[in-house]
Structure formats: C-alpha cells, structure tokens
Design a protein around this ligand. Structure first.
Ligand code: HEM
Length: 270
C-alpha cells in the first residue's frame, strides 16, 4: 500500500455524509485496547508498491475483527492509518510528517454514492477553504500524467500550456508526460520532495513549480495566496496548520449509530 493512498482515502471517507458522531481521542481504549497498535502493525505495508490501499485497510480490519469483532469502524481505521502514514519515520517509510492524535468513534456509512464522493460538500460555508489549503497534503504522493494532459497540452482553446508553469519546469513536465504518451505514468506532486512531508510544496507553488493545476491555483485567489505566503513571511507553521485542519476535516460528515454501523469488511455493506 502506498502511504499516500491512505491520506487520499481519508478525504473520500470524510467528504461523504452529513451527520455527526461524538468523536474523541482514545474511543477504543476500553472496548478494544489494542486497536491503535494493530492498525500501526500494518505500517510495513504502507511502502509496499503494487499493493493497493484498500488491502491494507482490509487486512487491519480482518485482524481487528479477530480480536474485537464488530467494534472498530472502517472509517476510524482509515483515519488512524492516514495519521500513521503521515508521521511514518522508520524502516518502512520516512515521511517525517507531524504526529497528531486522531479522534475516533465514527460509524461506517450505509450508503455508497460515487457522485457524492466526487463532489465537495458545503462549498459556501468556509469548508471549501479548508479543503483547498489542506491539498498541500500533496507534499507526499504522486499523480498520473492523466491529470497533466490538459494543463500541458490543452490549457487554452486551440492547445497550449498553463502559463503559470515556470518556463524552466515546463520541459521537465513535458518530458515525463509527453503528448500522446502513457497517461498512467506517475510523477511526484511535490517536485524534489515527493516522499517527505514538508513545506516544499508551498515553496514550489509560489515558484510556478506546482505539478497539479489545482495546487497552482492556490496563487490565483488572494485569500489562499496570502495563506501560502504566510508560511514564508510570518513564520506560520504548515505542520501545525495541517494537523489542525485534518483533525477538523475528520469531524465533517461523520456517522453515528442513527445512520451508520460497523462494517464486517470494509469493502461492502453488512
Ligand atoms: C481541491 C482539492 C484537491 C484536489 C483537486 C486534489 C487532486 C488530486 C489529484 C488529481 C491527485 C492525483 C491522483 C492520481 O493520479 O491518482 C491527487 C493525489 C493525492 N492527493 Fe489530492 N486533491 C485535493 C485535496 C487533497 C487533500 C485535502 C488531501 C489530503 C488531506 C490530498 C491528498 C492527496 C494525496 C496523498 C495524493 C497522492 C495519492 C497517491 O500517491 O497515490 N488531496 N490529488
């Protein structure tokens, strides 16, 4: 499992659904005392290329079901695994990201809707800003050339590239993702630092070295631009803000027993 995939999964998990569970750190301490360490036991799989993210979650779930059946939700396993993937700093991986405590107590959803997963909820109430900024989570991970095609070759009517790309970076991007080439090839989203959790992504964004268009666009909006710049001009801490944001995002749309349950396996309903 790629550790980056875990962080991606946490987003999807949180963006579907609209009710609220009572979350707290240490929710499983009494009911399944080893829940956190069992999820962490699967760290070795984070860096295992070729194994898909869902396998890691399913394996952790299977182990948890064998020791505490019907107790630990898949949504919480994803949240715990994402935390561990960000902070990993051992023989299995070196993200060196901030350690943070995850609140747990979410139930799993009873509805699976690909359209909802595709849509960012609550655009109007300020959460959109949170999603946009936390996309600096692209400090680790890769993107497929698929997501670069429009930016590199079809940005304007009649073709052409996104002029916000630094001219010195353009040849690098076009040689990795040539026109008509394999759209499944992948490149780091954080040029020069794709394996490490740090603020290089923000420096890259400021310098026209963003890989994804959605990251480059943070400089188009005065609010997001001001926040990006603040990490270099006022000493604001990206790590601290990331932790604050991901914890907040983890409270959005959680399920309780009125509209959720504990799945037996994470990939299907009970
Ligand atoms: C405006 C919101 C966002 C957009 C448009 C966006 C877009 C993307 C795209 C296009 C990719 C490449 C996917 C692929 O090639 O398979 C990606 C990957 C990724 N995103 Fe985002 N993202 C957003 C928000 C976030 C947030 C909020 C997080 C984490 C909290 C995040 C974490 C990641 C990670 C870790 C990957 C790498 C996955 C991998 O290496 O397999 N993204 N994102």
């Amino acid at each position: 499992m790629r550790r980056e995939m875990l962080v991606m999964m946490i987003i999807c998990e949180f963006m579907i659904g609209f009710s609220k569970a009572q979350l707290r750190v240490g929710f499983y301490n009494n009911v399944c005392p080893n829940a956190e360490s069992i999820v962490g036991g699967f760290k070795s799989a984070f860096g295992h290329q070729g194994v898909q993210g869902f396998d890691v979650i399913e394996n952790a779930k299977a182990k948890l079901e064998s020791v505490c059946p019907g107790v630990v939700s898949c949504a919480d396993i994803v949240a715990m695994a994402a935390r561990d993937a960000v902070a990993i700093d051992d023989g299995f991986g070196q993200s060196h990201g901030p350690a943070y405590e995850v609140e747990t107590g979410r139930k799993d959803g009873l509805v699976s809707n690909v359209e909802l997963a595709d849509r960012l909820p609550d655009w109007s109430n300020g959460k959109w800003l949170l999603y946009r900024l936390i996309s600096a989570a692209h400090t680790i991970g890769t993107t497929a050339c698929f997501f670069m095609t429009q930016r590199l070759y079809n940005f304007k009517e009649g073709g052409g590239f996104d002029p916000s790309i630094n001219p010195s970076f353009l040849p690098e991007l076009t040689s990795t993702c040539p026109k008509g080439g394999d759209v499944n090839l992948r490149l780091p989203m954080d040029r020069g630092s794709g394996e490490t959790f740090d603020n290089q992504i923000l420096q890259n964004i400021r310098s026209g070295l963003a890989v994804l268009q959605s990251d480059a666009q943070l400089m188009d909006d005065p609010t997001t631009k001001g926040i990006v710049n603040s990490y270099f001009e006022t000493g604001a801490s990206f790590e601290a803000d990331f932790v604050n944001s991901i914890v907040k995002m983890g409270r959005i749309g959680t399920k309780d027993s009125s509209n959720g349950n504990i799945r037996r396996v994470c990939s299907s309903f009970n």
